[in-house]
Write a protein that binds this ligand. Structure first.
Ligand SMILES: Cc1cc2nc3c(=O)[nH]c(=O)nc-3n(C[C@H](O)[C@H](O)[C@H](O)COP(=O)(O)OP(=O)(O)OC[C@H]3O[C@@H](n4cnc5c(N)ncnc54)[C@H](O)[C@@H]3O)c2cc1C
Length: 473
């Protein structure tokens, strides 16, 4: 079999999965039914936890350089306005290097992921649609643009209307939230770019215009009536803006992308059927409030990528932990986004806090978690190499390997492929004591960190570590 994995859909989820598989040398094909990449701003907020994921994938600096910080929100009313921070602002800390979301239009995020993929000698194949598939014990037989292909695994990253989910007859229960909205990318004249401008908060005619960092455009978001045609042309949107702002000086020169949609909150009953998996919006759709959708989609793929590669090497029992770990995260995210939507509908504000940053999400209930703190996100900490050179734990974690930190003692286990062992207090120096503090370590303690930056096990027992690693590498 030439291709082990077929990734259906080259949005944020499919591209992230492709980068994960490419850097592990897995043979895959990434297809997208669209003729060319998606060009709208859609999910424009990259949350701090996703920035950490992008650091591991080697693209965080490009992302930050291409985007910018969120401006304050400016609520216009009665001829005046009030400015307030859009989110709680807090400085980076040694354990959390990214504390505020980055604004980057989704088409730019996806372009950077494609660029990374090109560096790894891969590219999405546009104009290739998955039409149907069947599976047996050994693989999946798929039809792509009328041609058959056989793979060992199929991943449906094919968005909210997922062909893969529907072919598997996986239930997608949830609710239609009774809110219809439009989103559009505009070349607009007459408005300052120093704020996310909002009008009519909490009312059916609520509307906002947000300067899109890294571009000269604004993203328009507006509630619209539940049914009927909406004029998405420049003339139509300019008229809507004039009527909702009661200003005639805001001129729309062009509209590069616009969409009218009804908000839903839905979660797939299953993320896996045999050799077929769902990731991203194919598994969960949600209102845009809280900026969680793209981030959750990227993190689905980040969770699945290393497990798929390990399964292809024989560790197939890992695959069941994907749904076990990721479905509860999506369920929580749907609740958060729906509560935020309710708050904006009633004029209760749009301020984001700690929950939206996704830094506290983890898998403590996972069957892969062993010992205290297991399943939690592995925090960063500044350290020094043995020669005194400054570095960070995240730099040591970066890549496809597992990492074993052994605190102030010789390693209780032998070296093996896929694992890097660091003796803290030997190979690396915890001169500020922050590794000890962040992980709560005493001499002899070992922390096993997963390839996706979560603590797999904390123990001093060599037999536990060896058994654990035998099952996952
Ligand atoms: C209007 C709007 C505003 C949003 N705002 C935000 C926000 O502020 N913050 C946020 O985090 N998220 C936001 N989102 C959500 C975010 O855009 C999605 O969560 C994200 O795009 C999901 O990525 P994905 O890769 O799972 O799916 P998609 O981006 O939908 O990609 C799916 C891909 O699959 C392809 N495809 C479909 N069927 C097939 C097939 N049969 N064969 C081959 N290819 C196929 C499609 O062409 C598409 O390229 C918003 C979404 C919308 C619609």
């Amino acid at each position: 079999m030439e291709t082990d994995v077929l990734i259906c859909g080259a949005g944020a989820a499919g591209l992230t999965l492709a980068v994960e598989l490419a850097r592990r040398g897995v043979a895959f094909r990434l297809i997208d039914a669209a003729a060319q990449p998606f060009h709208g701003s859609r999910g424009k907020g990259i949350q701090p936890r996703t920035l950490e994921v992008f650091e591991d994938l080697g693209i965080v600096d490009r992302m930050v350089a291409a985007g910018g910080p969120y401006p304050p929100q400016r609520v216009h009313r009665d001829g005046g306005f009030d400015d307030s921070p859009f989110m709680e602002i807090s400085d980076p800390t040694p354990r959390e290097p990214y504390r505020i979301p980055l604004m980057l239009p989704q088409h730019k995020t996806e372009a950077i992921l494609r660029e990374r993929l090109a560096e790894l000698s891969h590219r999405p194949r546009y104009g290739e649609a998955l039409e149907s598939f069947t599976q047996d014990a050994d693989g999946v037989a798929a039809i792509v643009n009328g041609a058959p292909m056989r793979v060992r695994y199929l991943i449906g990253c094919d968005g909210g209307r997922s062909t893969v989910r529907q072919t598997l007859s996986i239930g997608f229960p949830g609710e239609t939230l009774g809110v219809r909205a439009l989103v559009a990318d505009l070349d607009l004249e007459g408005l300052s770019r120093d704020a996310w401008h909002r009008w009519n908060d909490g009312k059916p005619e609520s509307m906002s215009l947000c300067p899109l960092m890294g571009t000269d455009q604004f993203q328009l978001q507006a509630r619209i009536p539940g049914d009927g045609e909406v004029d998405l042309s420049a003339v139509g949107l300019e008229a809507m803006i004039a009527s909702r702002t009661r200003r005639d000086d805001l001129k729309v020169h062009s509209v590069s992308w616009a969409s009218a949609y009804s908000m839903n909150a839905r979660l797939a009953d299953r993320y896996q059927v045999g050799r077929v998996f769902l990731a991203g919006d194919a598994a969960h759709t949600h209102p845009p409030t809280g900026g969680q959708g793209l981030n959750t989609s990227v993190q689905d793929s980040y969770n699945l990528g290393w497990k798929l590669a390990a399964a292809l090497d024989g560790a197939s029992s890992l695959l069941a932990t994907y749904e076990e770990e990721r479905r509860p995260i999506a369920a929580g995210m749907l609740g958060l986004a729906t509560r935020l939507l309710q708050a904006t509908r009633t004029g209760g504000g749009n301020r984001r806090g700690r929950a939206e940053q996704q830094l506290d999400l983890g898998y403590p209930e996972s069957s892969l978690a062993r010992g205290p703190n297991a399943g939690n996100r592995a925090p960063d900490a500044p350290v020094r190499g043995a020669a005194g050179q400054p570095t960070r734990l995240f730099t040591l974690f970066q890549g496809t390997h597992w990492t074993l930190l052994v605190y102030d003692a010789p390693s209780p286990i032998a070296a093996r492929a896929g694992l890097r062992i660091y003796r803290v207090g030997g190979d690396i120096v915890d001169d500020q004591g922050l590794v000890r503090e962040h992980y709560g370590l005493a001499p002899g303690d070992c922390v096993l960190v997963r390839p996706d930056g979560y603590i797999g096990a904390m123990t001093r027992d060599a037999a536990v570590l060896d058994r654990y690693l035998d099952a996952v590498i």
